[in-house]
Design a protein around this ligand. Structure first.
Ligand code: PMP
Length: 468
């Protein structure tokens, strides 16, 4: 038998159904120091089964993570087999078979010109990696004065120091003022519902945003900016912020003009969530670097990826320089095997097409079921990535008082009714962007979509009865 091959195929997993004892709260090392979180014991498809006997319909895939649903045996078996065969080899010394196959899968027949992939363990690491990649790229090009990053307001790129500096979700930065990388500034996001003027066309709005970016590049100094970072479709902060037509074409043009790298963060909106593998495929542009996470491992592995365009790779190639960066757990074999298994299922079962189709059903259901709701100001998104924004007054778009945390209350109410949606938070001014996010697994059925929407409607109407 060839070295590294399994002696016998593994066909069954050890029975884990006995491990239903709920861990004590003190076992958790997380932020929930002051509250007890529900404990999911198992999951199947779109359902989570809690230790208290409740069943929860997962209407947001956790945080837009579970794209093929829970409890997938194919993925579990593949991961199990890989663990028996080889779980880990140091990434500085070896490229494991699953890491190689996963990169191949991502780059195969790739029409976008990405040449290299860096596999890491989270979206935050992917952002950090991208920041360092851009910096070394400038260094290799003989442009050491490029030190500055530009990102957008109402953005989230991760919780580690560098990624937090790029992020502008104020709630998640509270208590950390003064920390982080200092050379970062921010421009307005394409948040039409709140910020497009009433006398402005979509085209004029996009032009105004591009002008603001141009002004910011010039203010900093076009020779000093390394990279512009943006979520193609904004996720967690203000809820499914979709760009106006032409916005990203304008951004691309500007970055090219000044030699500034364009990084699109698709950790939340990528891997089919918006109906195409990359959300940027709907924008008619290609970034220099794109990061993916969440749905990449589909919840079966902690994995994210940085895809790097030939244009950037060539800079390193020319100087025969490796990227001076690494993590012990990058390209982890079982994580790669799990992600590959998830992605093969997505491709085989045409789940990205399904995300697009179910997204249309979700959009239509939300619009019809929430039509009577007085606090629903906007419904937006793409594919199975939809947000509902709440306002106190539809005419003025006046928000509820921030201390009411209306969107979060709605989310909790929905959870009590047996459905999970993802909560939104305050934004640049602490108010606008009060929302919930709905992002079910792509395997969701029309009936389940209708059920999720009807529960959302019930919760919103009951909230309105109290607060409006
Ligand atoms: N970028 C975006 C767009 C995200 O939504 C997130 C997570 N919400 C991150 C980066 C950070 O990913 P992680 O939590 O895996 O570190």
């Amino acid at each position: 038998m060839a070295p590294g091959r399994l002696e016998s195929p593994i066909t069954t997993l050890p029975d884990s159904s006995q491990t239903t004892t709920a861990p004590r709260e003190s076992h958790f090392i997380n932020l929930a120091l002051t509250k007890t979180l529900p404990i999911p014991i198992s999951g199947k498809g779109i359902e989570l089964y809690l230790s208290d006997g409740r069943t929860i319909i997962d209407g947001c895939g956790g945080a837009a993570v579970s794209i093929i649903g829970h409890g997938n045996e194919e993925v579990a078996l593949q991961t199990h087999k890989q663990g028996l065969q080889l779980a880990y080899a140091h990434p500085g010394a070896y490229t494991t078979t699953p890491a190689g196959e996963l990169c191949q899968f991502l780059l195969d027949g790739n029409p976008h010109g990405f040449e290299k992939v860096f596999l890491c363990s989270s979206g935050s690491e992917a952002t950090e990696t991208t920041m360092k990649l851009a910096k070394q790229c400038a260094f290799e090009k003989g442009e050491p004065e490029r030190m500055h990053y530009v990102s957008r307001w109402q953005a989230y790129h991760g919780s580690t120091m560098g990624a937090m500096s790029m992020s502008t979700n104020l709630a998640r930065k509270e208590g950390f003022e003064g920390l982080g990388y200092p050379h970062v500034s921010h421009v307005s996001p394409p948040y039409a519902y709140q910020y497009q003027k009433s006398d402005e066309t979509e085209d004029q709005y996009a032009t105004r945003l591009i002008q603001e970016l141009d002004d910011e590049f010039k203010r900093v100094g076009t020779q000093k900016v390394l990279m512009f970072t943006a979520e193609t479709v904004g996720g967690a902060t203000a809820g499914c912020i979709t760009p106006p037509t032409g916005y990203f074409r304008g951004v691309r043009k500007l970055c090219d003009k000044y030699g500034i790298l364009l990084h699109l963060d698709e950790v939340m909106c990528g891997v089919g969530r918006t109906g195409t593998f990359y959300a940027f495929e709907q924008e008619g542009i290609v970034p220099d670097i794109v990061t993916i996470g969440k749905g990449f491992g589909g919840g079966y592995a902690q994995i994210a990826a940085v895809l790097i365009h030939k244009k950037v790779v060539d800079v390193f190639r020319k100087n025969s320089k490796p990227f001076n960066h690494g993590h012990t757990y990058e390209s982890h074999a079982t994580a790669c095997r799990a992600a590959l298994a998830v992605q093969k299922i997505v491709r085989r079962d045409h789940l990205i097409e399904r995300s697009a189709a179910m997204g249309k059903v979700l959009d239509a259901e939300l619009r019809s079921q929430l039509a009577p709701c007085k606090s629903v100001g906007d419904i937006r998104g793409r594919g199975t990535f939809m947000a509902v924004e709440f306002v106190k007054c539809k005419d003025t778009k006046e928000s509820f008082p921030p201390e009411l945390r209306y969107g979060i209350q709605v989310q909790r109410f929905i959870h009590d009714l047996g459905v999970d949606v993802y909560p939104g938070a305050g934004t640049v001014d602490g108010i606008r962007g009060d929302h919930i996010l709905i992002a079910p697994p792509y395997t969701v059925t029309e009936e389940q979509v209708r059920h999720i929407c009807s529960v959302v409607r019930q919760a919103v109407l009951e909230m309105e009865a109290v607060y409006m």
